[in-house]
Write a protein that binds this ligand. Sequence first.
Ligand SMILES: Nc1nc2c(c(=O)[nH]1)N[C@H]1C(S)=C(S)[C@@H](COP(=O)(O)OP(=O)(O)OC[C@H]3O[C@@H](n4cnc5c(=O)[nH]c(N)nc54)[C@H](O)[C@@H]3O)O[C@H]1N2
Ligand SMILES: Nc1nc2c(c(=O)[nH]1)N[C@H]1C(S)=C(S)[C@@H](COP(=O)(O)OP(=O)(O)OC[C@H]3O[C@@H](n4cnc5c(=O)[nH]c(N)nc54)[C@H](O)[C@@H]3O)O[C@H]1N2
Ligand SMILES: [Mo]
Length: 763
Amino acid sequence: MTGSLAHWGAFTADVVDGDIAAVHPMRGDADPSPLLGNLPGSLRHRSRVEGPAVRRGWLEDGPGPSDRRGAEEFVAVSWDELTELLATELRRVVDTHGNEAIYGGSYGWSSAGRFHHAQSQVHRFLKLLGGYTFSRHSYSLGATGVIMPRVVGTHDDLFKRSTDWNVIAAHTDLMVCFGGVPMKNTGINDGGTTAHPTRDALRRLRERGGRIVSFSPLRDDVDGDCEWLAPVPGTDVAVMLAMAHVLATEGLADKAFLERYCTGYDRFERYLLGVDDGVPKSPRWAEDVCGLPADQLTELARRMAAGRTLVTISWSLQRTRHGEQAPWMGLTLAAMLGQIGVPGGGFGHGYGSMNEAGLPPLRCRLPSLPQGPNPVRTFIPVAAVSDMLLHPGEPFDYNGLSLTYPDIRLVYWAGGNPFHHHQDIGRLRRAMARPDTVVVHDPYWTAMAKHADVVVPSTTPYERDDYSGSHNDPLLVAMPALAEPHADSRDDYATFSALAHRLGFGEAFTEGRTAREWLEHMYQTWSYGLTFEVPPFDEFWRAGSVRLPTEPGLTLLADFRADPVAHRLHTPSGRIEIFSDDIDGFGYDDCRGHPAWLEPDEWLGGPRAQEFPLHLLANQPATRLHGQLDGGAVSQASKVQGREPIRMHPTDAAARGVDDGEVVRVFNDRGACLAGVVVDDGLRPGVVQLSTGAWYDPEDPADANSLCVHGNPNVLTADVGTSKLAHGCTGAHVLVQIERFDRPLPPVRAHEPPVIVRRPDAQ
Ligand SMILES: Nc1nc2c(c(=O)[nH]1)N[C@H]1C(S)=C(S)[C@@H](COP(=O)(O)OP(=O)(O)OC[C@H]3O[C@@H](n4cnc5c(=O)[nH]c(N)nc54)[C@H](O)[C@@H]3O)O[C@H]1N2
Ligand SMILES: Nc1nc2c(c(=O)[nH]1)N[C@H]1C(S)=C(S)[C@@H](COP(=O)(O)OP(=O)(O)OC[C@H]3O[C@@H](n4cnc5c(=O)[nH]c(N)nc54)[C@H](O)[C@@H]3O)O[C@H]1N2
Ligand SMILES: [Mo]
């Protein structure tokens, strides 16, 4: 039995015949993630990429735009051929079009492990090649990443230095959670985790008499006892405005706090009270928008002002059109309550979105692979990938800047899956047809690999030595290889080393180190910079982990509250900006100078709902991390006739004559997919839920808009940014219609490799 770690937890594994046969959660993890159950059988799964492969058309006709991507067979090539082909193509693109023509954003979660982290490897390689067009921010926090630094001076401190679960358990009277605190999401941390304290913290809060109010279209967004209020999806800003209106009009707003720690409340209040537009944002007004009774909102607002209240906003609320508004309005509501910086009160962003919120941060940085500068300055907001590929040379707005989309000739991806993460897959396929070359490194034949020209088989984290490290986890965990690399797969480091040598910068890339030597080197340089002792590398490796000091007991913004001058925020005013002159100055119609209710297109109160009357929540899957290990036992056990489950309210199912266990067609004007019905009364009627992550599986691979027979919701979602300010991902919400699917069920081939031809002359 050897130990290792995934994004969802540390474990020991039984390994039989080169594969993980059983997984045991690490001792000490109070609430291990069920996702560990996807690991057995994953190393030798039939969807592994066995060896280097090149799309036939690209190999025979050379680089160039092609709508055959995703619809053509592959040719197996040797590693030497692969290196030669790739090096030649990279050189051609750089010499003919310049480094800016390489899109190397390569967004995605890859795997835990500090050295073999695919993003670190690909970015280091492309920087040494002379640079690449990069991407900013994430699909997780596209809106937050831009709005929150402007209005509270940070975005990642909001969850990396958030109020500790122990503080919440001890002090909070009322936890008002927009988007709930879904336990399903707290298993995960970027970089891995060894502890899952959320469930226990909520238990202790309740035992003390604390209450949880969950605003969510789904009942199970809070596990166990809570007050469940189910607004129309996407209307939380109206709900919060209504409660702010009660505070403002009943003398419950903390004027002293607003004056000392905030700026611009008076301008916001004009909007709140309807001074200029004649529309007071009262509970009565909100009732028509959000579908919740005005009296209930009024009563809750009074309760919030009466005790120690924490307002939390889940990340999902900003992954929608106008996603900037919910975290900004949540912060404003918390500021009006005046409890920001007080133990157990104030504001939170990300409880129930990820493991890290509420966990103490490390008192040190982590070992990391050094990254030089990127000589290319061109970037896009990450969720503009299709816009960029379809509109080279066109201008666009972003965060007060006027930028231009570059002309991309080569797309390079390692450690991410746009066919998981990006919206409107039909449009993405048309965008991916534009470049000359698409390169993908992945251990698995994901849809992204099937749409590539050059497919590079990577090892999984369990086939190489590495170690973990997370900013909110006290353990650095050794991850010794559990098995030999599958078939002809290689570490990304080995692939990039060979390419770098062939391109003439091998020494700069490897610095003469093997992977094992890098592990030791990174550990050593890191340990020299620490203010405390850690054991030497060999000792750490033998022990299997090293414990690092953390900062327990934090309250978000407590230092700012204690001394707003010494700890002024990194905003223009040094305070919380309820009105931002900078944002106001940009003049955007979809993000104004203060938080506001702005109607989205994809909502039940708008005209689109006439045609597509169901609001689909494309939330994070309970059964896997994104698309990773969709073929694993836990993910597969949830499927209905092999399709991704879609939850429907009994009245919505009955109205369409569909039953539990049947397969339906979910569609709108962008696309359609099949999904398997699970009837459940724990949803607001009119809302359906189909999580992300079923591997895209077009019935007709040659048709960009083909029916996905497996249930990937991104064939339905709109490819529009949150606003001109952030252009964040808006994949959380989409309007759809559902009908019975009476044709014979097409087979699911998502996890089958494509056709791969082996040439008779190949070695
Ligand atoms: N509709 C909708 N869409 C969404 C969301 C939503 O809420 N709704 N959520 C969004 C969010 S928050 C996110 S973060 C994204 C996630 O999107 P991604 O992060 O792109 O999704 P993953 O499936 O985690 O992709 C990681 C890939 O890396 C591969 N990989 C693992 N280890 C290695 C390695 O060592 N080397 C290489 N080369 N590859 C490796 C895995 O096999 C996998 O294919 O999705 C976004 N998309
Ligand atoms: N098991 C599992 N956990 C994960 C991940 C995973 O893939 N699998 N992905 C991880 C990643 S990368 C990220 S970024 C986080 C994402 O964290 P989040 O974005 O917070 O996660 P979601 O599950 O999309 O949304 C949380 C809940 O918000 C509710 N919700 C959606 N829309 C609305 C709305 O308009 N109003 C209200 N009030 N509620 C709404 C939904 O019911 C949903 O269950 O999750 C992380 N955790
Ligand atoms: Mo994410």
